[in-house]
Write a protein that binds this ligand. Structure first.
Ligand SMILES: [Zn+2]
Length: 417
């Protein structure tokens, strides 16, 4: 890629970008490592307004106006937001002849969506025929370990946050999952070790029933600085009628170390939400001791720790059991994902990056897929243009990130090309 004069550079990048974007779009059997897919087929009377309320856009901008004038103002406001950008494009491709959602075509896209959604299995056909997913790792946080009745496509991850609340018989996580109900116990075992054994056995059963990973999203409840030296305080939390905040914290720490040992025993990667969440203390560096002291455990670090991506890059560089997962990142900030991909390939290798849509609906999942295809093409085109990577190499890397890395990490049999 040498010998071009100033001014031609952009054209060359565009040509390479196009070739790589086409290569990304051609990958079939994509593995989405993280999804909260809702059975949309149950609600065939949904409107576009209701669909939008199930997207990330609704987190920050919940009011989807219903008059033309207010919609114009709304789209002017959120039009730069990555969540909106990719949902608008997805809807455009699915229902608007390729034209992204705007205030002007809103009603037309709404009508086309409602028509399409009346066909049974419409949303599933988006996942299978448009996205062409080979497998989706499903995080059903309101029913841990469920495959929502779609075992061929959905490979469940087992949400383990509730087990960090097992210091009390009525403990539960933020999603109202009660550990003792999940364990089928009506009272606490005498010793904390017996509780951990019960958790171990439960995970073994979930593994045998098809769960491919464990999931921790505790960064929505506390910081990620897990300390291995607090076993005594953890035991006190287990036995105290009203444990102190420090003892509760120590119990969580001890359980995280136990879960990492159990994950290694059953050869299940542990997926951990890093970054954002409740913000303070959610940066991935808090996991350093956990990662260092559990070399046999595979740590899938979700969302690449955004906005503290450098923490994940440092951990990736130093520990071979770290697997950054790009899920959600291209939807949070497309530019951040482009930056991260390039740097992660440089400080790590081509085999540890994975991606998931991290969405509730098929339409937003397709938007997330469009986003990661763009990020991969853009990031790798720059490496090719600088002669740091060949185009063939870039195409292989794209396929690895969208499919084969996740198949290997989660032990999912491959399909598609
Ligand atoms: Zn998620």
């Amino acid at each position: 890629m040498k010998g071009y004069s100033k001014g031609e550079t952009m054209d060359i990048v565009n040509v390479i970008y196009k070739e790589l974007a086409d290569a990304a779009a051609a990958v079939t059997g994509v593995v989405s490592t993280h999804s909260h897919y809702l059975r949309q087929d149950i609600d065939t009377g949904e409107t576009l307004h209701q669909l939008m309320q199930k997207t990330y856009i609704s987190w920050g901008y919940p009011a989807f106006p219903d008059t033309a004038q207010e919609r114009k103002r709304y789209v002017r406001t959120v039009g730069t937001n990555s969540y909106y950008t990719w949902m608008a494009r997805s809807l455009g491709y699915l229902y608007g002849n390729g034209e992204p959602l705007t205030a002007d075509n809103w009603d037309r896209i709404d009508a086309a969506f409602r028509r399409a959604n009346q066909v049974p299995g419409h949303s599933l056909s988006i996942l299978k025929d448009v996205c062409r997913y080979g497998a989706i790792v499903l995080d059903k946080y309101d029913d841990p370990g469920s495959d929502v009745g779609l075992p061929a496509l959905m490979k469940p991850t087992f949400r383990c946050d509730p087990f960090l609340h097992g210091y009390a018989i009525d403990g539960h996580d933020a999603n109202n999952n009660f550990p003792y109900r999940m364990l089928g116990l009506d009272r606490m075992p005498e010793r904390m070790e017996d509780y951990i054994q019960a958790v171990d056995e439960r995970i073994g059963v979930m593994r045998s029933q098809g769960c491919v990973a464990l999931k921790i999203a505790i960064a929505y409840e506390r910081d990620l600085a897990f300390d291995p030296l607090s076993d005594e305080a953890a035991r006190q939390a287990y036995h105290a009628p009203t444990p102190s905040p420090e003892q509760v914290r120590a119990f969580g720490d001890a359980m995280m170390f136990a879960l990492c040992r159990i994950a290694a025993k059953y050869d299940m990667p542990i997926q951990i939400h890093t970054g954002l969440g409740k913000l303070e203390g959610s940066n991935a560096m808090g996991l350093k001791k956990l990662i260092e002291q559990n070399p046999q455990t595979k740590f899938s670090l979700f969302h690449c720790g955004y906005p503290w991506m450098d923490d994940v890059l440092g951990l990736l560089h130093n520990y071979r059991n770290v697997y950054p997962d790009l899920c959600w990142l291209p939807l949070i900030s497309t530019s951040a994902a482009i930056r991260f991909i390039r740097e992660a390939l440089e400080v790590g290798d081509a085999t540890r990056l994975t991606w998931g849509c991290d969405t509730w609906t098929a339409q937003e999942s397709y938007g997330a897929l469009l986003a990661i295809r763009h990020c991969l093409a853009s990031s790798l085109a720059s490496l090719c243009e600088e002669d740091l990577m060949t185009i063939d190499q870039a195409k292989t890397v794209i396929r690895s990130i969208l499919k084969t890395n996740a198949e290997t990490l989660y032990g999912i049999a491959g399909s598609g090309s």
